[in-house]
Design a protein around this ligand. Structure first.
Ligand code: NAD
Length: 448
């Protein structure tokens, strides 16, 4: 018969970054005993002290609650995790490899290898990281090889779909759960680990390992394609004198298309979409089906061209050259409600303007420390007001609420020239023009 299922399993979360910290905290809030593990001692120290080492709305409160319950602890010892856990969730990073489009699996491999080498009992090791299809089966073989004799370890995959900025909500109330499993026991053990979420009626898809891995990259590929589709239309609109925001609005009324992720602008970035579509394309080539997803290379190229186009609009507004011009860059994070600057379009644009000789001053409500660490040559202002003082051109790069709701008259009183590029279609163009601003937006005709 089936091996015993632990009804209320003890959980570990290996890798407590954006994904892992949120998962560990949420599972403890749901009532599980959770041990979080990270190789970065600074991260462990912060979490133990009740500090979330990144910006995620609602997470600090949930961390405090989880710590107070006594159900959540952190360690840097994978040996301790191996002894503690019935179910282990591996949430380490899978960044793009240097000099290649493929994913760097060194962190995943080493986490699985070290954890499994210490497991001396029955346990389920569940990957949550986004990986190239085929990784889970390879790791299952690795685990079987390194686990001590007598250990009963199985590998499963549970891809994660949370959005930064809504991470807690998405973890507690996901659109669906996907379990990639090799046995009825693994499925039953995972059901026990997600009982409160499943009891809410959350849809569950049970799949084999490669299908579960593919669900994640397919979802991100679809979303990236939708964004680049409307941005490709923006390029055509620019050449044809048409207005992509009106086009997008008309398309979005078609219920087969829908309006979400159909917003033209500076395009996608962050620690997921760009590297995931590149890794997918690289993996498909290895599998001999590169042609099937070749469009993803185009999706990537369309996306990157928006950054250059934004620089071009700023340059046009500055009178043909930005050299020596004061540019206020509003936003650094790859999207609002996050301090994540991985592959951030905003900072890419700021960097290009800086390299073209502009005097670029950046302001972001949350991402300043991360930005200053990665782009030390840019200038940083303490506030929106300080960033725009005497600006020749203002460029909106991340659509934070604070930027969308600022009064164009107030802003106009601070700048040298009332010229603004709306890189996110986030501003009320009529209100800006009424306040004496010249406003340009990607894919929209210049107003007379
Ligand atoms: P991150 O860089 O914020 O976190 C990864 C953490 O893993 C780091 O804290 C690192 O110190 C730790 N780590 C590395 N090696 C380790 C080891 N051997 N043992 C223990 N800890 C180790 O990355 P992230 O954004 O949380 O992403 C993690 C994975 O989740 C990636 O595969 C990503 O694609 C995927 N994912 C991320 C999101 C998101 O919104 N950030 C959403 C869905 C999926």
């Amino acid at each position: 018969g089936m091996p015993p299922v632990v009804d209320h399993p003890r959980l570990t979360v290996i890798g407590t970054g954006y994904l892992g910290a949120t998962h560990a905290v949420s599972m403890a809030v749901l009532g599980y005993e959770v041990l979080g593990v990270d190789v970065d001692p600074a991260k462990v120290e912060a979490l133990v002290a009740g500090r979330v080492p990144f910006h995620e709305p609602g997470l600090p409160e949930q961390l405090a609650e989880a710590l107070a319950s006594g159900r959540l602890r952190f360690t840097s010892s994978l040996r301790e995790a191996a002894e503690f856990g019935d179910v282990h969730f591996v949430c380490v990073g899978t960044p793009q490899q240097r000099g290649s489009h493929a994913a760097d699996l060194a962190y995943v491999d080493s986490a699985f290898r070290e954890l499994a080498s210490h497991i001396d009992r029955r346990a389920l090791v569940v990957g949550k990281s986004t990986v190239p299809v085929g990784t889970a089966e390879r790791l299952a073989a690795l685990v079987a090889e390194v686990a001590p004799a007598g250990a009963e370890v199985e590998v499963a995959w549970n891809p994660e779909f949370l959005r930064e900025g809504y991470a807690v909500q998405d973890t507690l109330h996901p659109d669906r759960l996907v379990f990639g499993v090799r046995s009825a026991w693994a499925e039953a053990q995972l059901r026990a680990a997600f009982r409160p979420i499943l009891d809410e009626g959350t849809p569950l898809v049970v799949a084999d390992l490669p299908t579960a891995e593919l669900v994640k990259v397919a979802a991100n590929s679809f979303l990236a394609t939708k964004i680049s589709f409307i941005n490709a239309m923006a390029e055509v609109c620019e050449a044809a004198g048409a207005d992509v925001s009106v086009l997008a609005s008309a398309l979005s009324h078609d219920t087969r298309i829908g309006g979400r992720f159909l917003k033209p602008g500076l395009g996608f970035g962050g620690g997921c979409l760009p590297k995931d579509i590149r890794a997918f394309s690289a993996r498909a080539q290895e599998l001999g089906v590169g042609q099937a997803v070749r469009f993803l290379d185009e999706v990537d190229a369309i996306n990157l061209r928006r950054r250059q186009r934004t620089v071009d609009l700023v340059t046009e507004m500055a009178g043909g050259s930005v050299a020596g011009k004061r540019i206020a860059a509003l936003g650094a994070a790859f999207k609002p409600n996050s301090d994540d600057i991985r592959d951030a379009p905003a900072l890419d644009v700021a960097r290009m303007l800086d390299e073209a000789g502009a005097v670029v001053t950046v302001y972001d409500p949350e991402a300043m420390a991360n930005a200053a660490r990665s782009y030390p040559t840019l200038r940083y202002a303490e506030s929106l007001t300080a960033a725009v003082i005497d600006a020749d051109v203002v460029v909106l790069l991340t659509e934070w609420e604070q930027f969308r709701t600022v009064d164009p008259h107030d802003l106009g009183a601070l700048v040298h020239h009332r010229r603004i590029v709306d890189g996110r279609h986030a501003l009320d163009a009529d209100a800006y023009r009424a306040a004496g601003w010249e406003l340009r937006a990607l894919g929209r005709p210049t107003a007379s």
